[in-house]
Ligand binder design. Sequence first.
Ligand code: PEP
Ligand code: MG
Length: 756
Amino acid sequence: MVELTTGPRVLLRRLRALMAEALEPQERLNRIVKEIAQNMVAEVCSFYILRNDGVLELFATEGLNPQSVHQAQLRLGQGLVGTIAASTNALNLTDAQAHPAFAYLPETGEEAYNSFLGVPVLRAGRTLGVLVVQNKTKRVYRDDELEALETTAMVLAEIIASSDGGWLERPGLELDLGRPISFNALGFNEGVGLGHVVLHEPRIVVTDLFNEDSAAEIIRLENAINSLRLSIDNMLERREVASEGEHRDVLEAYRMFAHDRGWVRRLEEAINNGLTAEAAVEKVQSDTRARMMQMTDPYMRERMSDFDDLANRLMRQLMGHDAKTIAETLVKDAIIIARSMGAAELLDYPRERLRGVVLEDGSATSHVVIVARAMGIPVVGQVKGVVAMAENNDAIIIDGDDGTVHLRPQQDVEGAYAEKVRFRAKRQKLFKELRNKPAVTKDGVDITLLMNGGLLVDLPQLEASGAEGIGLFRTELQFMIASTFPKAEQQERLYRSVLEAAKDKPVTFRTLDVGGDKILPYFRSTGQEENPAMGWRAIRLTLDRPGLMRTQLRALLKAAGGKELRLMLPMVTEVAEIWTARQIIEREVKHLSRFDYVLPSRVKVGAMIEVPALLWQLDEFMEAVDFASVGSNDLFQFLMAVDRGNSLIADRYDQLSPAFLRVLRHIVLVSERHQTPVTLCGEMAGRPLTAMTLIALGFKSISMSPASIGPVKSMLRELNMAQLNQHLNEELDKHNEAHSLRDSMLRFAKDNNIPL
Ligand code: PEP
Ligand code: MG
């Protein structure tokens, strides 16, 4: 049999042998380009590496002037090589010099060559360098030659990325892999975090690149693809998926990709060129990713993450239990990067090591964000592309105040943030000193500052923040992070711990507010809802499922034995719902007293004002409750018809608009008339400027996330409430077409030295 001397399989075998030899780094690269040139019957083979300053530096060449190595340089986008790197597309040219992008580098002596084939060296869709072959004759490179060069480039990419710096290192050289990148996205929870990347789903590392037997490898691929398709079909058939819109759409997209013939053909081609099945998946995925990143169609860019997921699933299938992940023991200053994650998954990380969370998706009200807020961890969301760009252990800074993420930051950025962290720490110290000082305005009005909570992790904050109680305990959070319905005893245990931690401070427990965006994965509702925010949720759901409500009420009544129990009903639409709930509560009290349980010393029943219809039944409402609480998040959403989770319209209307403020003022007036205490527990209570406005409207009690108590208290202690009340009333009483009173409030704060 004649031993083949060309072809991609032979080339890969040679490369593997070269990797195993003990060679100096430069020598190894020289030999690699020589092998490629020989194998492809090319006179020239050159390898350029993209440095982190955006310059492509010639690192090794066979055929061009050897003196030009490390001397020849092109910027991204400059010349043919720069064009390939910038566009991540290959160039196959018969007459290179006729191409408009051709840039002549005299030191290389490349004017003698006519035909040119260049491919990007990609990893996870990012350009690391460019690999080129050239010939004197005006020849056309065939598709299989292009494919072979791409395969070789993929191997080079893996070598560069997995080398621990050693073999490519040269003093002063920083590879593009280490290039700083900044993202401007959305801040979901304030605070600054400095630390190191921990990928929530660690990237799979392909260690076996070269196959011994393509035919066997193709069978392995086929089997893996078949089980992948089966598992997707199975998931689609599961009943709970059938009823969940978005989840189903994603799986349908997976199914479409998994049956995509082009994809399978490209995988097989890569295997035929000598790669293992898993390396083929990595290569094809990287090419696809690079192509999709160039697309401007947002829908296609969104689909990129579906494709990534699919490729990862396939790789896991192929590598089975041996799938080596970059599993590291959690660094001390972890910043978790995830496409999306569940609230429970976040709680799996030890709190003391978490410095921040970065999400590609998510919204400010997603569960994981609510939990992160409770834990006081900064969160930045909607950071598109961050998962692919980040590597485990990369240095990273996140700023939840303005939604920026700095990956591999430069020293000056790091310095500036270290300064910001010091400044924040100083402010925190100030707030701590305020902890035991009274929350009273300059003109002597007492304001009750309460905190929102919902999990065990919140409890230490009650003491630390100086809150006067818990104004909103979101009982649904326990249900949302569980994998099955929390048992009655588990519920009771949580409520008891809360009341114990609160000592004599009041706690307002809100009954289950599930439905809408608060989904319990284990609870099957009747079917898909077109508009879940206005659907079967909160009190509507619990009144229809009294068993659920009774269990919770019983747990609450038992936990509060001997103490006052404050219950609050969510999403009430008409007063009759309050009376029905009261009957259920009374029945439970009677039931427990028959069995000699110690009952609460007193049960107070309140309700949330979140649905605008109640605004025209406020007199009846105030008579039906012992206390009221405005859920400004939902009230604003329904009043303005603006979805609270939709980033497209998040900033369109302002909670400080005259319309919304008039509504809030009206609620305060009616509550005063009926002497029914009212508080406000939406996010608006937690920002000093909006909190200042609420106080001016007459709210004497507001409830917010614990981290906001300090800043809000520091604001109100400088506030002359009567003066601002007059100013605000003037604004609201006159004909006012302003979009918002924000500027007017800001001016007031500035003129009166009120810290915001
Ligand atoms: C609100 O709607 O303002 C509120 C406090 O409830 P949640 O945010 O839990 O819906
Ligand atoms: Mg609400």
